[in-house]
Ligand binder design. Structure first.
Ligand SMILES: [Zn+2]
Length: 468
């Protein structure tokens, strides 16, 4: 048994990669021309926009464990089949579900006012009927850290940090600690609940939900985001010298063990079908909106890219293009982690040549980044892709990348990645809010995205060299 296995490995080593990564393999003239032609077809094609319209209108929100998620998965399978993908299948992923039932808040003192709030992911419930407590204000997570443990007994901790608006979304990470870990810190300080200013850049009365660091069960205390105007209202009240008292009623439910799915469609490679170029987006969404910019746009951009390449190339690309509609991203990259774990276990991780995910809204692509682990002999290929995307307003950018949230588990296992950087200036106005709906999406930007993605996916699948 053992010897057979070693021989098989040896045979693989001697026969498999015909082209060593020590050579510089140019991108052929034909490949460049085909990539440019796909780009020019895509820029006139509304397939992604039409798919997004159908997904957000005929399905709607797709939160794990809900009928909407189930409908979304069925939609994904049906559409990939209708688009002519060679193989369409799903993979089950076990997880724990959570849903919100009731979420209300009111200022009681100094004057009665309703507030617009939403529970953060896996928030614990308040006692039935809610709890009443005074607010204690902290400008940041770091400020709450400085207060003495146990000192907030009978109070609600309120963190009011603001997220900075940046084109590349760079304001999100620093602000997000209040959302992800604030509940633990509030509990440590003795608070009854955590209230945060939404992690978002808008001034609309829409709260932004989002995951906490809890994978199953509940947060340590009820954890809630206020709409930004409501958070600012509380800050002003406190600045006047008031000690606002609020009533907070959060009722949520742990659904226990549920099954979500990754939905996969493939355009089978003509020469190296076992070698995989991964593109995709996440099919699940938060429950408040209809998941248009997060991440219906990414899902439909990837689907339309696969279909466009299949329908407009004389020969299939050399490698397989695997379009993955990831499951349960919002609750912690659950589908992506399961996918990577399974590929590590069965050894096919090494056949994942390069990948990327579209998960930053529906804004236009302006930059192309590549991961640091891409071979120096393959950098020219990424440069070539950026060059062909140039007409779309895309330029080559420095900086490392994992290729998007759902690519992280694959990147950790060494899969090279690119990032098609989107203009996210307005993304965090909508992200995780009831306002994440189809009307916000510009069809011209969707076409531009598919054009850029087609260049990447086609060249990655066609160029015969190794990215590693
Ligand atoms: Zn997303």
């Amino acid at each position: 048994m053992k010897i057979t296995k070693i021989m098989a490995v040896a045979a693989f080593l001697f026969t498999a990669p015909t082209i060593a990564s020590s050579e510089i393999i140019p991108v052929s003239k034909e490949t460049k021309e085909m990539a440019a032609s796909l780009r020019d077809i895509a820029i006139k094609d509304d397939n992604a926009y039409e798919l997004l319209k159908s997904l957000t209108t005929e399905v709607g929100a797709r939160h794990p464990g809900t009928p909407g998620e189930k409908a979304g998965i069925e939609w994904g399978v049906k559409q990939l089949q209708a688009l002519g993908f060679d193989k369409v299948y799903t993979e089950d992923v076990k997880m724990n579900g959570w849903i919100r039932l009731v979420e209300t808040a009111e200022i009681l003192v100094p004057s009665y006012q309703k507030m617009i709030i939403t529970a953060l992911g896996r928030s614990k419930s308040t006692p039935e009927g809610g709890l009443e407590a005074q607010i204690v204000h902290f400008e940041s997570y770091a400020d709450l850290e400085k207060t003495a443990d146990g000192s907030l007994k009978g109070k609600i901790a309120f963190i009011s940090n603001r997220m900075e608006r940046l084109k590349n979304g760079g304001g999100y990470g620093p602000a997000n600690i209040a959302r992800s870990k604030g509940h633990e810190l509030a509990a440590q300080k003795g608070a009854e609940a955590l209230l945060i200013r939404s992690i978002g850049t808008d001034d609309h009365r829409n709260p932004h939900t989002g995951a906490t660091n809890v994978a199953m069960g509940y947060t340590k205390v009820p954890a809630v985001a206020l709409s930004n105007p409501d958070a600012d209202q509380l800050v002003r009240l406190i600045a006047y010298g008031h000690h606002p008292k609020i009533r907070l009623n959060i009722q949520t439910k742990d659904l226990g063990a549920i099954v979500t799915k990754n939905v996969i469609g493939e355009i089978t490679g003509r020469e190296l079908p076992e070698e995989i170029v991964v593109i995709g987006g996440h099919l699940d969404s938060w429950d408040l909106g209809t998941g248009a910019v997060d991440d219906g746009a990414g899902v439909t951009i990837a689907m339309a890219t696969g279909a466009l390449i299949k329908n407009n190339t004389k020969m299939r690309p050399r490698r397989t293009i695997r379009v993955i509609l990831w499951g349960a991203e919002e609750l912690g990259l659950i589908g992506a982690r399961a996918y990577a774990k399974a590929r590590k276990a069965d050894g096919t991780i090494a056949k994942h040549i390069i990948g990327s995910e579209s998960d930053f809204g529906a804004g236009p692509v302006y930059g192309l980044q590549s991961s640091d682990n891409i071979s120096t002999n393959a950098i020219h290929v990424i440069d070539t892709m950026a060059g062909i995307m140039g007409e779309l307003g895309v330029t080559r950018r420095s900086g490392n990348t994992s290729g998007g949230p759902d690519m992280i588990p694959l990147a950790v296992l060494g899969v090279p990645a690119v990032n098609l950087m989107q203009d996210g200036t307005d993304y965090f106005d909508l992200h995780h809010t009831p306002d994440d709906t189809f009307d916000k999406v510009n069809p011209k930007h969707m076409r531009q995205n598919v054009a850029a993605w087609s260049v990447f996916a086609y060249i990655a699948a066609e160029w015969p060299g190794s990215f590693k």
